[in-house]
Design a protein around this ligand. Structure first.
Ligand SMILES: *Cc1c(COP(=O)(O)O)cnc(C)c1O
Length: 382
């Protein structure tokens, strides 16, 4: 059948046999699977927690557990601070452009999310034009140390393309290393000595809801915030990192946070810590990735989108399908069978499936997903 007609035909009525289905059908790359056990805990705590003041001990103790738990999970050295506030990662880009970038940032841009932070500093009238180093989608660029760069903006995992990069300070560079770790934090290994700011939101590896940002800040980053404030730069109050640091220090946020989000975040953190910490979570993601990419390499109609195995993300997998198979139809058929959010990042525009491999997702379910895809492709060809 010509590709045009095939793509326009209505999704076939394909029922995946029960025995092939994953136990949980959520494979989204954010928001992503929230463990039902955590939701049950929230329900149990709700009468004494939801709808109570975030300035009182009940909620503040949850923020304290969150901050202490993250410090332990990442093995933060003395002097590093765990800071949080409202607005998710997108707000943190604005915050960083006001409170971390002194004049000139260098951005590694290799997908939708990394390009967005570069767009923020490009538009900021108080900053010099940033240096933006790009590479083709499906790869990542490498930072170039320069004397006049005061922030190196890296992305641990580019969620739009499924490319991960190791976080390392550029050799001999003096600037701050500021890392978007939104989809990486809690699922990929990282050495805190290699970053000054590692920021993220809890709707990916931390299996909670969106709307919050967290930043792990080194002493050099904290010093930068103080120095920029002392220089008298105007900063909108809700984007003032100094204000967020002061509030976090008291286990509070500047304005009202989403209490359910905080609770589910702590539930996930404690689940990971109980099971063995970041190394356990990262190993679980390694296992899921091995299942997904191993299948994609062994299967005739699939190819991992990211060519270099070392750059393939272990938290978000992207799999190209052969032109003979319509990925949109496969994703729609999965959806009709209760398997959700395997569609590719919309702006990438590829014949592709994208699969969340976050710690909450059971590696066995990833295996089941591949069997379901095989079942659909066989049925579509019949
Ligand atoms: C999801 C994501 C974001 C956006 O996070 P929000 O909390 O929705 O602002 C930014 N960067 C990366 C790498 C992401 O995966």
């Amino acid at each position: 059948m010509p590709a045009e007609r095939r793509r326009n035909s209505p999704p076939a009525e394909i029922r995946i046999p029960e025995r092939l289905l994953p136990a949980d059908g959520r494979f989204g790359s954010g928001p992503s699977k929230v463990r039902q056990d955590a939701v049950v805990s929230l329900e149990r705590a709700a009468p004494r927690y939801l709808g109570t003041s975030h300035r009182q001990a009940g909620v503040r103790s949850v923020v304290a557990l969150l901050r202490g738990g993250l410090r332990e999970l990442f093995g933060l050295p003395d002097g590093y601070e765990v800071v949080l506030g409202n607005g998710g990662t997108t707000s943190f880009w604005d915050i960083a452009s006001f409170c971390l970038v002194e004049r000139h940032s260098q951005h590694l841009s290799f997908g939708e999310f990394s390009s967005k932070f570069a767009a923020v500093t490009t538009a900021a009238p108080h900053l010099d034009r940033p240096e933006v180093i790009e590479s083709p989608v499906g790869t990542h660029p490498v930072a170039v140390p320069r004397g006049d760069v005061d922030v190196y903006a890296l992305t641990h995992n580019e969620t739009s393309t499924g490319v991960a990069m190791e976080i390392r300070r550029p050799d001999g560079a003096g600037g701050l290393v500021v890392v978007d770790a939104t989809s990486a934090a809690g699922g990929l290994r990282v050495d805190p000595r290699q970053f000054d700011a590692y920021y993220f939101a809890p709707q990916k590896c931390f299996a909670s809801d969106g709307g919050l940002w967290v930043a792990l800040l080194s002493p050099a980053a904290l010093e930068r915030v103080r120095r920029i404030a002392a220089g008298g730069r105007w900063v909108p109050a809700s984007l003032d990192l100094g204000t967020a640091i002061e509030n976090s220090d008291k286990d509070q946020t500047y304005n009202t946070p989403a209490l359910a989000t905080l609770f589910l975040f702590v539930e996930q953190l404690e689940w990971v810590m109980t099971n063995g910490g970041l190394e356990w979570a990262a190993s679980r993601c390694d296992h899921s990735a091995e299942i997904l990419y191993g299948w994609a390499e062994a299967t005739e109609y699939t190819t991992p989108f990211v060519a270099k195995p070392s750059e393939r993300s272990h938290v978000v997998g992207t799999i190209d399908l052969d032109d003979s198979v319509d990925a949109a139809q496969v994703a729609a058929t999965l959806r009709a069978n209760g398997i959700l959010d395997t569609e590719p990042y919309r702006k990438l525009g590829r014949n592709q499936l994208r699969v969340g491999l976050f710690p909450a997702i059971d590696p066995e379910d990833v295996g089941a997903l591949t069997a379901c895809i095989d079942h659909i492709v066989t049925a579509l060809a019949a």
